[in-house]
Design a protein around this ligand. Structure first.
Ligand code: NAI
Length: 284
């Protein structure tokens, strides 16, 4: 695997919250991006979201000044990513879906192509068995919004090779990100801590102990959290959180990770957070 970040052509699979975040980050750093999703309407929404995110990032001076943006291609045909030098998988947090996507992608790209999963919780070691070359797979947990938060959590699986670690470091440097590397485990570090906290915060609302505003207000005001757990839940997407909590619960047995009834009800009612206009809060 060579250090080719200057000419990286990034393929991003999944045009939802994180796929559009990661695409905007790469485009803003001059990297060409091919974004793949299963349906065209999602891609149309994604193109608008990416333009908005690029403007937002520019406004906040979060992108390198004076650098020409990369070009964006969108497609529903995974075969269009065959010439990618790096692939970021950002589809839903459901192991069966990720397995299908990663198996297909790893059969399409050339050996030496960096394979990145942006999974929240699924162990990289589990995914390594789904791809043709497990040593080329690494976890990169981009935060949301990826174009504003410069720190990322990199997950090195047991099979992840040294060349892959070098290549991912070089790509992340080209994207202006700083990485902290952790070993593999369900939820890694950030979500093993964050997801049970959000679940417990939702449980307090469910039990009538306090409103969402009060729970968030206390953690923000007393503990210095920049964003309270339920505002964070709305940003992440409550549907994604429930999927992630299930992954954690199945793999750790930790009862704190069993998604609470209030979150399950919000998903059933379509109240997924910011992306649907309503979650713990309502958005205009
Ligand atoms: P999302 O639900 O917003 O987007 C997922 C996208 O994947 C959808 O557009 C869907 O159409 C697409 N998709 C589903 N199956 C597909 C397939 N076979 N091929 C191509 N596209 C397919 O989900 P979100 O929030 O963007 O999450 C994506 C991944 O990133 C998940 O693994 C999640 O756990 C992780 N993540 C999410 C964060 C967040 O704040 N939402 C933060 C960090 C990681």
């Amino acid at each position: 695997m060579t250090d080719r970040h200057e000419q990286h052509r990034l393929a991003v699979i999944g045009g939802g919250v994180m796929g559009t975040n990661i695409a905007a980050l790469a485009l803003g750093h001059g990297v060409d991006v091919t974004l793949v999703d299963v349906d065209e309407p999602t891609l149309a929404t994604a193109r608008t979201a990416i333009r908005r995110k690029l403007k937002h990032a520019q406004l906040l001076e979060a992108l390198p000044a004076g650098r020409a943006h990369g070009t964006l291609a969108t497609t529903t045909a995974p075969a269009d990513i065959a010439d990618a030098t790096a692939v970021v998988e950002a589809v839903v947090e459901v192991a069966e879906v990720k397995r299908e996507v990663l198996t297909e992608v790893s059969g399409l790209v050339a050996p030496g192509t960096l394979l990145i999963s942006n999974t929240s919780c699924i162990p990289i070691d589990e995914m390594a068995g789904w791809v043709a070359r497990g040593d080329e797979l690494v976890g990169v947990h981009f935060m949301n919004p990826a174009y504003l938060i410069t720190m990322v959590e990199v997950i090195r699986g047991r099979a992840t090779g040294d060349a892959t670690m070098t290549a991912v470091t070089s790509l992340l440097t080209a994207l202006g990100r700083t990485a902290l590397v952790v070993n593999d485990a369900p939820g890694f570090v950030v979500n093993r801590l964050l997801h049970p906290l959000i679940n417990r915060a939702a449980m307090l609302v469910q039990e009538g102990v306090a409103s969402a505003e009060t729970v968030d207000g206390l953690l923000e005001g007393c503990l210095g959290h920049t964003t309270g757990p339920l505002r964070t839940a709305d940003l992440i997407g409550i549907d994604n959180l429930v999927d992630s909590l299930r992954v954690l619960h199945e793999r750790t047995g930790d009862p704190e990770c069993d998604p609470c009834e209030l979150m399950l009800r919000k998903v059933r009612d379509g109240h997924h957070g910011r992306k649907s206009g309503r979650g713990f809060y309502t958005y205009g």
